[in-house]
Design a protein around this ligand. Sequence first.
Ligand code: MRU
Length: 346
Amino acid sequence: MIHIESVKYDGKKIILLDQTKLPLEEVYLEIETLKDLWDAIFELKVRGAPAIGIAAAYGVALGASQLTETEYVSFFEKYEEISDYLASSRPTAVNLFWALNRMKKTLMDNKNMAIPDIKQILHNEADAIKKDDAEICTAIGEYGLTLLQDGMTLLTHCNTGGIATAKYGTALAPIYLAKERGMDIKVFADETRPLLQGARLTAWELMKADVDVTLITDSMAAMVMQQGKVDAVIVGCDRIAANGDTANKIGTYGLAVLAQKHNIPFYVASPLSTIDMETSTGAEIPIEERSATEITHGLGKQTAPDGVKVFNPAFDVTPNELITAIITEKGIIQAPYSEHLKVLFV
Ligand SMILES: CSC[C@@H](O)[C@@H](O)C(=O)COP(=O)(O)O
């Protein structure tokens, strides 16, 4: 795998690979203000649950570095404003809130330090979140690999690769490790309407890694499964509720229903940071709704009549009973998820 760092921080600016420009251009943005970072998250310039968390961690480190307060209490007040502002950028991926909570805890644990030291500690913590994520993705890859056999064909949705994380990705991690170990794994990548993360990002990433990838539109998944061309579906996720219900890119639920119909295993790859034990079921997961123009003008030109009513949820929820297994950095979990997910956190 060619490792591309989609999020970096040098203490003064956050450097983001602009994922909206892929696959045609590899452009790096230099982010120096919180507003620009908020916009970059909202506009999916940085995207994918773990990468959003890493970017937000660097965001609060950057915001904190720019504060002029010299007393902890006023510094903390301003810090909370920064953190709340970044938390408002996207609602579904729990990694955003997880990373902001981890950063806040670090700040509070170090309240007795001098403000310049606190600023450095926050920078270090954001670096640690990124470093941990790379290790977590490798572990997910290793566990995921135990479910794969040479010659298999997988179907995946959206983009869950290196650029959505610190390295290797989540659902793509076992595929990259399989490739590195000389296994022959083929992949169908769903285009992923309306923003085409599958076509623009997954196909690009897998081709760079020389993985055998075939692009299909989302509506072709049923047919390739019916034709017996898919051995397993593997997807990432944005939030898993305590009962295993899983929010991921819109279209994932449909794939899970299809996989069940065709007797194909349906795997979800997830770091623990995407599991939200505070949310009991999928019904409580906030689902982001995005602008109508992503559907009416998403492909570079208008493709729907002026004024048409549009419904554009960015994620859907797959009920836990459709999930064969959840692959985490601590092992592979199966139903009953309410019991088995808890064990991961003890
Ligand atoms: C490793 S990324 C897992 C998920 O975040 C991914 O599947 C997904 O749905 C991303 O949605 P996006 O809207 O592109 O941020």
